[in-house]
Design a protein around this ligand. Structure first.
Ligand SMILES: Nc1nc2c(ncn2[C@@H]2O[C@H](COP(=O)(O)OP(=O)(O)OP(=O)(O)O)[C@@H](O)[C@H]2O)c(=O)[nH]1
Ligand SMILES: [Mg+2]
Length: 408
């Protein structure tokens, strides 16, 4: 009897232990799930760096204390139906790339200017190294500059300045000659122009960058590369796929964003681009990100339509936040044609900076000079290849050095 009682007691203790273990496991599982749920923002903008600003929402607009509550409050709380946000859950095992910072990129990428370098840099150095420069030689210098798309006015300036130094040239050593040429090229590249990008938050709202240009110029690629530059420099970013002309355009942009953990706000094919851009801006405001970068279409059924649309995108976005940078993307290989197209854009929106793409594919690196002079807008970024990080902030002296080549 005693034996039976002891057996029952052991059984009861075992049962209690078993149940408590099960409960414990259940709790742990739940906690794990909770953690996973809390950290599901991987494909969304990275959390903003802690600032002195007040709580995120709904009073985010008052955070800066600038009294700018009116504009964000004017935004309708309902999301426009056309805009689709990707699911917040991360794909298992997703690893984001960490792009290199943007500083010093132009120097690292200088070999990409090899075609311009051999035509312009080496061409000029060969002539200038001649012992006594004749009229024919100076004409050759002029032709070399013009052939590299430097433009008439800048060519004249360079030739005039070099001619006044012809006595120096006659006795200059190779490295001295090189230095002189770099100096003169730098001078026509506008070394004092402000090339900073309007990407910073201000008044409690993100910097908003609008990217425009003709089709095929490299807009979407550039938006993707800019996102990488910004992420590499430690900023949080939202992308807006306001090119709703082709469905593939948004996919293309989303792929760029996904690689670095940046959210892309997109619409259905044919959706109103201004509405997508608006929503991207609002998502950026709500997520308190640093910068919103908006890609636009390069082609519509009519040119007039495209320009009207760009104007509308800007106006609509500015209902919630000022556009802080309008970048015009130009394909360097199109030469003067690109400059003519660019003028049409500058009439539709106030362009604040030029991105010159495909400089790796042209022998006419001098286009940077003529684009700036003819448009009166600084070149802020240059595209030097199809690689994800082949976009560099434009630096006149480093560019002149790269064009002349032979420094290393
Ligand atoms: N070699 C080189 N190719 C580039 C550069 N930038 C862009 N491209 C290429 O140019 C092509 C067109 O680029 P996209 O970014 O799709 O051009 P887009 O302006 O968005 O074109 P649409 O959306 O049709 O208006 C792609 O094949 C890019 O890889 C560059 O700096 N160098
Ligand atoms: Mg595109």
């Amino acid at each position: 009897m005693e034996f039976v009682l002891i057996a029952i007691a052991i059984l009861l203790v075992g049962l209690v232990l078993g149940v408590s273990l099960l409960v414990g496991r259940g709790r742990r599982t739940t906690r794990l799930d909770d953690d996973a749920a809390a950290g599901t923002t991987l494909t969304r903008p990275r959390p903003p760096t802690p600032t002195t600003e007040a709580p995120p929402r709904p009073s985010g607009a008052t955070a800066s204390g600038m009294g700018t509550t009116a504009e964000p409050d004017a935004v309708s709380p309902e999301a426009p139906p056309e805009v689709e946000l990707p699911p917040a859950a991360p794909e298992p095992g997703l690893v984001f790339e960490t792009p290199p910072p943007s500083a010093g990129r132009l120097v690292r990428l200088r070999s990409r200017l090899a075609r311009s370098q051999s035509n312009l840099g080496r061409g000029l150095l060969t002539v200038l190294a001649r012992e006594r420069l004749t009229e024919d030689d100076w004409e050759e210098v002029e032709e070399t500059l013009l052939a590299a798309d430097v433009g008439v006015a800048a060519t004249q300036q360079i030739v005039d300045r070099l001619r006044t130094q012809s006595m120096v040239l006659a006795t200059a050593s190779g490295p001295e000659l090189r230095r002189l040429l770099v100096r003169e090229l730098t001078a026509v590249l506008g070394p004092d122009l402000d090339r900073s990008l309007g990407v910073d938050r201000h008044d409690g709202r993100p910097g908003i960058v609008l990217v425009v240009g003709v089709n095929g110029a490299g807009k979407t690629t550039t938006v993707g590369k800019i996102a990488r530059v910004l992420v590499g420099d430690g900023r949080s970013v939202v992308l807006g796929a306001a090119d709703t002309f082709r469905a593939a355009a948004a996919d293309q942009l989303e792929t760029w964003g996904e690689r670095v953990g940046v959210l892309t706000v997109r619409g259905r094919e044919g959706a109103d681009p201004a509405s997508v851009a608006f929503d991207a801006a609002r998502t950026g405001i709500e997520g308190e990100v640093d910068t919103v970068v908006i890609d636009t279409a390069g082609r519509l059924h009519t040119k007039g339509g495209l320009m009207d649309e760009l104007g509308k995108i800007k106006r609509v976005v500015e209902k919630v936040a000022p556009v802080t940078e309008v970048l015009l993307v130009l394909d360097a290989t199109t030469g003067q044609n690109g400059v003519v197209q660019a003028r049409v854009f500058t009439e539709a929106v106030t362009v604040t900076g030029v991105v010159l793409t495909k400089l790796d594919g042209t022998a006419k690196g001098g286009i940077v000079v003529s684009v700036q002079r003819e448009l009166g807008i600084p070149v802020k970024l240059v595209g030097l290849g199809e690689g994800a990080d082949d976009l560099a902030p434009f630096e006149p002296e480093a560019f002149a050095e790269a064009l002349v080549g032979g420094a290393d």
